[in-house]
Design a protein around this ligand. Structure first.
Ligand code: PFF
Length: 454
């Protein structure tokens, strides 16, 4: 039964674009390349692909199935399926993770606005050395006023769209912007691999060196797969809840995963050749993308225009993701607490801004936050806690729930509600019940036992 007041995607394409909009974002273009750079390049890429296939896809379909069946948010879906149990706690963890992720993600997204400003001023039209690019980055992220203002600006944009609701706000934005982003990434990748010295970067990305692998890199690959596909926190439960009953859900879910993974690999193909060509360190950390790209633009015809288009689209890709992060939290307050969408978007977005301030100040703006714990910045700690651990625990709980409590038969019924058959249905059932939860539990258990948290 369609619930008219909650809204629905206008069709399958609307869902694919909005869900791919949630999945594709800074996770692909900012987080994936630097994680790969810090964890040995090719070996990390292989591990990441294995995690997408064996854990990401099964969890994606589990979340979508729950959302479609219940037409509820992250908490409400558990409540509707198994009332009077402790399972909705998994949904609450998801909502906390959504908040936690939004509170650092909007800081990095804010940097893209700053870079867009520099691009508009023509700063990327002339040749830029690695040192100059580094200096620009450090001054932008280290300025307290700039960092806070950009974060606030980004959250404001997110609030304005989320308050518009599902199809008028979220879907309309994604429909135009996703294809434009893909086109520009392809041009950049072609330029990057043909730069002098680019081949070395390509082989770093494609040739696995397993000697660099640690328990931490396995955890990083798992966290990255979940983060990139927006899993483990109920975002896909919420997006699946707006999925029209007559449409083919297995196909739509698969398209989202294909789009997300291809864009991450494409970002790697842009970043690593350019990085080796400019003589930068692949393990440079969270600043990687921001420092590498300005060294490339001037080698393109109409470099300034290119830079403007790139940062505008990156900001928009980030926006379609922050929308989904805020939407998870807003949907809970609207469905379960009876808040008006408008009020929920403003109140929750503003609270998130307050939590984001320490992260915004943690990149040189205020010493307490720059080296907060274990010599790690507040932003990085948030990134690891919410982006790796909370999502892994959420994904593990989701597998156990769909595999054993709600049961895979009911999950399949929901996925196939339109009459379209789920390919590899028994493989999915097996993986959700056994392989994914065991694999996640081993990775988490190993980290806890060996204490290699960061
Ligand atoms: N998937 C987004 C990205 O890769 O940028 C980040 C994200 C969005 C994570 C929404 C989780 C989420 F619920």
């Amino acid at each position: 039964m369609a619930n008219a007041s909650r809204g629905q995607w206008s069709g399958r394409l609307g869902f694919i674009l909005a869900a791919a909009g949630s999945a594709v974002g800074l996770g692909n273009i900012w987080r994936f390349p630097y994680m790969a750079g810090e964890n040995g390049g090719g070996a990390f890429v292989l591990l990441y692909l294995a995690c997408v296939l064996l854990i990401g896809l099964p969890v994606l379909f589990s979340e979508l199935a729950m959302g479609r069946k219940t037409e509820r948010n992250a908490v409400g879906a558990f409540r509707a399926l198994v009332p009077n149990t402790w399972w909705p706690a998994v949904g609450y963890l998801g909502i906390a993770a959504g908040f936690g992720i939004l509170a650092f993600y909007s800081v990095v997204a804010g940097w893209t606005l700053g870079y867009l400003g520099h691009a508009v001023l023509g700063d990327f039209g002339a040749a830029m050395t690695a040192e100059q690019s580094n200096a620009l980055f450090t001054s932008l992220i280290g300025s307290p006023t700039q960092a806070i203002a950009y974060t606030a600006g980004f959250l404001l944009l997110t609030i304005l769209i989320v308050r518009g609701g599902v199809s008028s706000g979220i879907e309309r934005a994604a429909k135009i912007l996703m294809p434009a982003l893909l086109a520009i990434l392809i041009v950049l990748a072609v330029r990057s691999v043909t730069l002098p010295g680019g081949m070395e970067g390509l082989s770093y990305l494609l040739k696995p060196d397993f000697s660099k692998m640690t328990a931490g890199s396995v955890m990083a690959a798992l966290g990255q797969a979940l983060f990139s596909l927006s899993l483990g926190m109920g975002a896909m439960v919420t997006y699946g809840s707006y999925f029209p009953k007559r449409e083919n859900m297995p196909f739509a879910g698969a398209m989202v995963a294909v789009a997300d993974t291809s864009i991450a690999i494409l970002a790697g193909l842009i970043m690593f050749p350019a990085l080796f060509s400019a003589g930068l360190d692949p393990a440079a950390g969270p600043g990687l993308v921001f420092v590498v790209l300005p060294t490339v633009f001037n080698s393109l015809p109409a470099g300034t225009l290119f830079a403007i288009a790139f940062y505008a689209l990156l900001a928009i890709a980030a926006l379609t993701s922050t929308i989904s992060l805020l939407e998870v939290v807003v949907a809970y307050f609207v469905d379960e607490r009876g808040w008006k969408r408008e009020k929920a978007a403003w109140v929750l977005g503003s609270v998130c801004f307050l939590i984001a301030v320490p992260s915004a100040l943690s990149q040189g703006g205020a010493d307490v936050f720059t080296s907060f714990l274990f010599d790690t910045s507040f932003l990085d700690i948030q990134n690891i806690i919410w982006g790796n651990y909370a999502l892994s625990i959420g994904a593990l709980a989701t597998c156990l729930f769909v595999g054993w409590k709600w049961t895979v038969g009911k999950g399949l019924e929901s996925l196939e509600a339109s009459g379209h058959v789920m390919p590899l249905r028994s493989a999915w059932a097996f993986v959700v019940r056994f392989l994914s939860p065991i694999a996640i539990a081993i990775v988490l258990g190993y980290i806890v036992l060996t204490g290699q948290y960061f």
